[in-house]
Write a protein that binds this ligand. Structure first.
Ligand code: TRP
Length: 342
């Protein structure tokens, strides 16, 4: 009897932010631990996705390993036999299934993907690669190779998840029962609960999400930031001139964001955090409290990162990749056979 699969991938380029940590990595690791007795947990580094937009290729290897270490430093257990950690490019079936699914995917379907349209307008049409266009198909292959039932992703990825269901159903209609579509997005939310809500905002422009792909990073706290430099970013965060600490996202987005960050760093509820500071009229003191917590958090986290055992990580990657190759190959073979390649 094989267990149902929960699968998720975290992109390997750029340093991750405080937002990625509290909104992505931590909840995923908690989920992995909570569900690992009933489910097979697939956590992977989508390294083939790393260069859909231009990157510095001399840094990619280090970045991939760094990503694995981030998971471990954040608490991912390496000795749990139901949790797998692997690199996408080390399981060649991902690339092979992508090509096959490509040939059953419409141009129009991909052109409608919101993330593709957004990125295209950001980086300019002449820099857009076929890989960027095509990447939801690779993502579908990532999921379908293991018949994953649940796929925790951010809101920006739900359209790709819907596409994964579409392409699976299309293949099944044409070739019989071939692929297992993941649960619909609504069911995913039901299963994972409310974790989709968390959004840490940019410190300079608190009306937009703190983003790891922000080129300048003045409003972004990266996990690799020097703690004192990060504290400075907090001290110069955009606030308002109301001189009254209050949780009010509409009128005081900057202050509200800092309150949220503080509650996450302290591991206490937002309510209790608000209670402590509500009404303060000296933003400097309040910011100092947040900056101090940022320093403590980054110092501890970076220490944990430096203490990661690379040999253990490398052994885990190799063992998981070996097993994943077997599972993925079985699905690929079924598809190859159905379409007449075998
Ligand atoms: N596209 C996802 C992102 O940018 C990463 C990803 C790639 C992924 N393949 C996946 C996530 C499969 C979940 C399942 O965040």
């Amino acid at each position: 009897m094989t267990k149902p699969v929960i699968l998720t991938g975290l992109r390997a380029n750029n340093d991750l932010t405080l937002g990625n940590y509290f909104g992505g990595i931590l909840p995923i690791i908690k989920m992995a631990k909570d569900y690992s007795s009933e489910f097979q947990i697939n956590m992977f580094i989508p390294d083939l996705h790393s260069f859909t937009t231009p990157i510095d290729h001399t840094k990619l290897q280090a970045q991939i390993l760094h990503n694995a270490r981030l998971f471990v430093a954040a608490g991912l257990p390496l000795d749990n036999p139901n949790i797998h950690l692997y690199r996408q490019s080390h399981v060649s079936a991902h690339s092979e299934l992508t090509w096959i699914l490509d040939c059953f995917t419409g141009m129009g379907e991909m052109a409608r993907m919101t993330q593709f349209k957004d990125k295209t307008s950001q980086i300019g049409e002449d820099r857009v690669s076929i890989g960027l266009f095509n990447y939801p198909v690779l993502m579908a292959a990532d999921i379908l190779l293991y018949g994953a039932r649940y796929v925790p992703v951010g809101e920006d990825q739900t359209q790709h998840l819907e596409f994964t269901r579409d392409i699976a159903e299309r293949m099944n209609k044409k070739f019989g029962n071939l692929l297992t579509p993941p649960e619909p997005v609504a069911k995913q939310y039901e299963f994972f609960g409310k974790s989709k809500g968390l959004r840490i905002m940019d410190l300079v422009d608190p009306t937009k999400k703190m983003s790891k792909s922000d080129e300048q990073g003045r409003g972004v706290i990266f996990l690799g930031d020097d703690p004192q430099a990060a504290a400075k970013k907090v001290m110069s965060a955009t606030t308002d001139d109301l001189a009254y600490v209050r949780y009010d996202k509409t009128n005081q987005p900057g202050i509200s964001n800092l309150l949220e960050i503080l509650s996450l760093l302290r591991g206490i509820s937002l309510e209790d955090t608000v209670k402590e500071f509500e009404g303060h009229n000296k933003y400097g003191d309040f910011k100092r409290a947040v900056a101090d917590e940022v320093v403590i958090f980054l110092t501890n986290f970076q220490k944990a990162l430096a203490e990661c055992d690379d040999r253990l990580i490398s052994a885990k990657l190799k063992a998981s990749e070996e097993l994943m190759r077997q599972q993925a190959q079985a699905t690929l073979y079924r598809v190859q056979k159905a379409i007449g390649l075998r």
